[in-house]
Design a protein around this ligand. Structure first.
Ligand code: ADP
Length: 496
């Protein structure tokens, strides 16, 4: 009998379901978008009903497209947009307002206050996170304050959760109120060291423990899918935040292994093993996963303008009409001729952390044209990723041996080769680029006993292409030096 694994990938703009075979081949995949709500400048919300409806519809459609018997799905794994905050009534299931999306900046003043109050170091030390409105903690506090629901929460009549938690409660029989350790680790309420909700942080933010979900392992029995959905009681045996699932789907199981996802932004995670490494270079410390009660940690960093830099070439400069054109344009010349683009459109993140830097194009001559600017834009994605990787290497005490890649822009061969050249290590692209869904499916397979060990899940990962570094060391250092001089020009630009 065939064994299939299903992944629910609840993203920021769409809900997706993917059916895999046990050896990691995609059988079918279906994606449904849902509306974004921007009630005020800087605010972002999702209607919880949309999340549920699109997720159920995509699962049903993926199963229909796969043309399989739901009884042959051995297990389901859930992966999700992280930090987005849901609150609902434990008795009726009714949501309290819309979910507050990770991008929403409404609680920035609350975070400023926490930092002014001298709590920044404690938050950092306990959670591994840089205090920010991005994480769920202040979003939940905002909801409890705004809707005046603290008493109700104290009495245990409300449930807080991220998308994983919300989906489990709504889609599983017996409505378990759970979250996994990777998602819990993004709330700013979870202590990485004790692997539990932190009393001091709960007190600081005025969050009653009674509304928090139980924290479970990333892989392991969670419950069964409500038979009303597919007509079968299918075990749900994994939950993980999207970047963590992708790290797993890239088989980054060894300490020091590292992946970079080239989407709108880039997300880089490095497995640091059974000890959390506290960054001295502005990176986040986060869970890789927790399996069999045993935590594995990771360092995380992101590039704000990854593929978005290419969208800018297309939508604002209008010098390309499709992202895929950039590869041939970049390859039509041998170099940018000393042109560097620093796409600090919204400031720069790790390792620079300068919100006052702005986009900068330097080194132009009379001969600079479209190919040079396009190439400089692609190179900028690689330079920023190289900076992140170096910061991670410094924090972890060793530089990685190779970089596993995925995401939309990893399709660009020029970008991947330049990444290998400028980082001085091989860049490896797998056959299945849907590593987030694959990771959730593999974790589910592990949790359900389809795979007997972590090593067995890693064997499912298959290399497609490897880009080996070809640039000599002197050129590499020269190019990196030029990039860093360009970054310096962009720093501290707008008035503050
Ligand atoms: P997200 O999940 O963030 O929506 P995707 O993984 O779908 O992102 O990747 C989309 C991004 O990748 C876009 O910003 C797009 O500009 C970029 N992109 C897609 N194809 C290419 C390509 N061939 N070369 C460079 N960038 C690309």
């Amino acid at each position: 009998m065939a064994v299939y694994l299903a992944a629910l990938d609840q993203g920021t703009t769409s809900s997706r379901a993917v059916i895999f075979t046990g050896d990691g081949q995609v059988v079918s995949s279906f994606n449904r978008e849902f509306p974004q709500h921007y009630p005020k400048p800087g605010w972002v919300e999702h209607d919880p009903r949309d999340i549920l409806d699109t997720q159920v519809a995509s699962l049903r459609e993926a199963v229909r497209l796969a043309d399989i018997n739901p009884a042959d799905i051995a297990a389901i794994g859930i992966t999700n947009q992280r930090e987005t905050t849901f609150l609902w009534d434990r008795k009726t299931g009714e949501s309290v307002g819309n979910a507050i999306v990770w991008q929403c900046r409404r609680t920035a003043p609350m975070v400023d206050e926490l930092v002014r109050g001298g709590h920044g170091d404690m938050i950092r030390e306990k959670t591994g996170l840089v205090p920010d409105a991005y994480f769920s903690g202040t979003k939940l506090k905002w909801m409890l304050d705004y809707y005046n629901l603290r008493d109700k929460a104290e009495q245990g009549d409300l449930c807080f959760g991220t998308a994983d938690s919300f989906l489990c409660w709504n889609l599983l029989e017996d409505r378990p109120h759970v979250t996994d350790a990777t998602n819990a680790g993004r709330t700013m309420l979870f202590n990485l060291h004790t692997q539990d909700w932190d009393e001091d942080l709960l007190k600081l933010l005025g969050i009653p423990k009674a509304c928090l979900p139980r924290v479970v392992d990333t892989a392991g029995p969670i419950g069964v899918l409500d038979p009303a959905i597919l007509g079968r009681r299918i075990p749900v045996t994994a939950m993980a935040g999207d970047q963590h699932a992708s790290l797993f789907g890239q088989a980054c199981l060894r300490v020091g292994s590292i992946k970079n996802t080239y989407g709108t932004g880039c997300f880089m995670l490095m497995n640091t093993g059974d000890q959390p490494v506290m960054s001295r270079n502005g990176l986040l410390t986060t869970m890789a996963w927790r399996i069999g009660g045993k935590p594995t940690y990771a360092l995380e960093g992101s590039v704000f303008m990854g593929g978005a830099t290419i969208q800018w070439l297309r939508d604002e400069l209008k010098i390309i009409s499709h992202a895929s054109e950039t590869e041939a344009l970049a390859q039509s010349i041998t170099g940018t001729g000393g042109v560097y683009l620093v796409p600090a459109f919204t400031g720069l993140g790790a390792p620079w952390w300068d919100m006052y830097s702005r986009g900068t194009l330097v080194g132009m001559t009379r001969g600079t044209g479209r190919p040079q600017i396009v190439r400089a834009a692609l190179e900028a994605i690689a330079y920023q990723s190289a900076d992140l990787m170096e910061a991670m290497g410094k924090d972890a005490g060793h530089q990685p041996e190779q970089l596993q890649v995925d995401g939309g822009a990893s399709a660009n061969g020029f970008l991947m080769q330049f990444q290998a050249d400028i980082s001085g290590i091989p860049v490896v692209r797998p056959k299945v680029l849907e590593t987030t869904a694959l990771g959730a499916a593999l974790l589910a397979g592990l949790g359900a006993g389809v795979y007997g060990s972590l090593e067995e899940t890693a064997r499912v990962w298959k290399k497609d292409l490897e880009f080996t570094p070809k640039m000599d060391e002197a050129t590499r250092l020269l190019e990196m030096g030029g990039w860093h001089r360009a970054v310096e020009r962009s720093l501290n630009w707008v008035n503050h």
